[in-house]
Design a protein around this ligand. Sequence first.
Ligand code: NAD
Length: 512
Amino acid sequence: MATDTLTGPTIVGSATRAKVYKNFIDGEWVESVSGQTFENLNPADTRDLVGIFQRSVKADVDAAIAAAKRAYAKWRLVPAPRRAEIIYRAAEMLIERKEDYSRDMTREMGKVLKETRGDVQEAIDTAYYFAGEGRRLFGPTTPSELPNKFAMAIRQPLGVCGMIAPWNFPMAIPSWKLLPALVCGNTCVIKPAQDTPLSTYNLVKVLSDAGVPKGVVNIVSGFGADAGAPMLEHPDVRAISFTGSSSVGRTIGTTAAQSFKHCSLELGGKNPMIVLDDANLDLAIEGGLWGAFGTTGQRCTATSRIIVQKGVYSEFIERYVERAKQLKVGNGLDESIDMGPAINERQLISDLKYVEIGQSEGARLKCGGHRLDSGDLRHGFFMEPTVFVDVNPKMRIAQEEIFGPVVSIIPCDDLEDAIEIANNIEYGLSSALYTRDVNKAFAAMRDLYAGITYINAPTIGAEVHLPFGGTKATGNGHREGGLGAIEFYSEWKAVYVDYSDRLQKAQIDRVD
Ligand code: NAD
């Protein structure tokens, strides 16, 4: 939870103990020229001040971009395998620091420890993967139409890349952006989310310790309009990579388009999980719980709609709700906890508002729906795991991204009906089907209109070497992870070498 130190609540006594974190620009840790800071509070216990961060403004962003531009002149010429070695070293360092960084992350965003360990692990996996890419970055050679002429396509870096990240995977998502950009030879300016700057700071620190030269990676913390927006119009930024909500993404995309920047948008989701009559119900129930309530429902891939065939509908609901009620909610630093808090008060209020909306729309609230504020929980933003049943797919709770621990269960007649419900939505990130029928599985893999489909697994759990991203309002067609990221952070150049020693006109001008 980010609190503006100028206007937000005063944390009595703790401010003096909290560490002040600076921006990293041109290889130096520096304060914002604004002279202002903001507080990073633990959403599980707002008495815990995690750190004080720079409230950056345009002048800080401009300085970071200028440093990245200077550094680009040399970094682009470092052979890719050498760039990759630094990334490999960063992976090894992340392993050593994994436990500390996971604890930092649980403190700043509330996600339970076993999940923040996974977030750091995702950055480690990403680093190993893109370190390997340093020895590939393949481009095709192809025969020329003319004799004694050689033709190939090579990948070139873009230049300075601006990156804007969300809070829900505060190390993994920045790693998806920074590491492929670096191995391709770009330099970077990243603005972490204001709720979770520490985890991105930790990643940048590792990269610096691993040997990334000064100016190649820069971090500027702060709020979107002050520290994110200035990248969008800056003439020296060649690419913008944004992950966040669809509403902010729309602004980012239209602004970046004015100066023809490459722009990757990874946005919201409203992910369906279909359970057919022939499914392994034990598996579907456990998957549906993990998908809906993991990260307190605050994953872009969270299972937020469970579409269940009528033959198993009643049994599924009964058993699913029973299990949801057993989930232990609390401070994620306690290893026995299943679900942490909402990221901040605004998100909690919004989650509770959706409970009211669902009830007013006529959906049946089967469990949860309330804030949890007894004992120490009153210092955090906790809410019960919440299940709505008999949801009509047109209801707002079944159409809008809630980004909290609220799941809608929707009845369906058969696979065809389920796919119709699943696809009839603004978003298209992830999707899942539980069945034992291979024919139905393949039909769903073809017909679910989403960037990701899981069979017999919930909607969450992406692996770093596969493309990550979605259709429709979930993005603009780019993919993070795997080769999709290399595609985004490099630009094709076609190269022709004529070794005939005479003028060969273009093949279209050839006279046979
Ligand atoms: P958000 O859109 O509120 O903020 C994302 C980032 O944009 C933050 O760093 C914020 O400071 C910055 N920002 C806000 N306004 C800006 C502006 N005008 N100019 C420049 N930057 C601006 O999203 P959030 O609340 O941090 O994250 C939750 C959202 O992210 C959800 O919608 C979720 O689905 C989405 N998400 C998508 C993916 C994906 O890969 N598809 C992954 C994770 C999260």
